[in-house]
Design a binder for this molecule. Structure first.
Ligand code: IPD
Length: 278
């Protein structure tokens, strides 16, 4: 099957590149914004068009494969991961950035077989950085090998996380408290680039040393998880246990020391699972 998955990945890179081009072109026009679950959960016509482009192209070539796509799930499709070859797609990761033309916007594609991530593709399309990784074969940015910083000392680290309005005041308090706890370790600083997939690639390429997040989705994490792991990074659950793609939370870091220290500092809040049957 090795060659078969490589062919899938090559096709994935090609269609991801086309998707990125479509996003860049859309940025030259007015962006019509719609709301999803809350005033800060945004979607645009571009998210929907890009997802359609990717799924249509892949389905033509691989009609038996499954898909979990952010916008298809929003429209009612299942997000339960099965053993089937599955493409997990975030067509525009960083929709808020896209709306504001803040330059971290990515297309994220992860591919799983038997629920294991086989490869990941993240195209940060405004920066024109194509990150790719195949299981056991290393991680690359525009074809050049990348690796994590290797930083072991949390007090020397730069940490990424994302903030957002949380309707539940308890969640909001925990999110803000977590930032305070991490800053007080102390660390060199916290940054919020606004695209989970880009955040993971930043850790994978040594531009940051850790990233933690609760409340994201499998489509935000799948592509970046492959890249981070292949770049020598550590990925785990916010509890300190093994990473679970459907758990909606993660810590990634350049070393186990830093991942453990961040896990110790933060408090979890319940965020449900992507595979919870509704
Ligand atoms: C969002 C981004 C953002 C994170 C949000 C995600 P989307 O993805 O990854 O960094 O803070 O939680 O939903 O919605 O733009 O694909």
């Amino acid at each position: 099957m090795a060659d078969e998955w490589q062919r899938c990945m090559d096709h994935g890179v090609e269609v991801t590149q086309q998707a990125g081009k479509l996003i860049r072109e859309a940025l030259e026009r007015d962006v019509a914004v719609m709301q999803k679950s809350s005033p800060v959960d945004l979607v645009t016509e571009t998210d929907q068009r890009v997802e359609q482009l990717i799924i249509t192209s892949i389905r033509e070539k691989y009609p038996t494969h499954s898909f979990i796509g952010e916008e298809s799930v929003a429209a009612g499709a299942s997000s339960v991961l099965t053993d089937a070859p599955t493409w997990i797609i975030d067509p525009v990761d960083g929709t808020t950035n896209f709306v504001h033309r803040f330059p971290f916007v990515s297309v994220s594609v992860g591919f799983t077989v038997n629920k294991e991530i086989e490869f990941g593709i993240v195209y940060s399309c405004i920066e024109d950085k194509m990150y790719t990784a195949r299981r056991g074969k290393g991680a690359f940015c525009n074809g050049v090998p990348i690796k994590v910083s290797g930083q072991q000392d949390t007090t020397q680290s730069l940490v990424l996380t994302e903030t957002g309005f949380k309707k539940d005041p308890e969640h909001f308090k925990t999110m803000m408290g977590n930032m305070e706890a991490v800053l007080s370790i102390p660390v060199h600083g916290i940054r919020s680039p606004g695209s989970a997939a880009v955040n993971m690639c930043m850790v994978a390429s040594g531009a940051a040393d850790a990233y933690y997040h609760m409340g994201i989705h499998c489509w935000d994490m799948a592509g970046g998880a492959a890249i981070l792991t292949e770049a020598g990074g550590v990925i785990m659950d916010t509890s300190g246990g093994p990473f679970d793609l459907m758990s909606r939370r993660l810590i990634v870091a350049s070393s186990r020391n830093i991942a453990d220290r961040v896990a110790m500092a933060i408090t979890e809040f319940p965020c449900g699972r992507d595979d919870a049957e509704s």
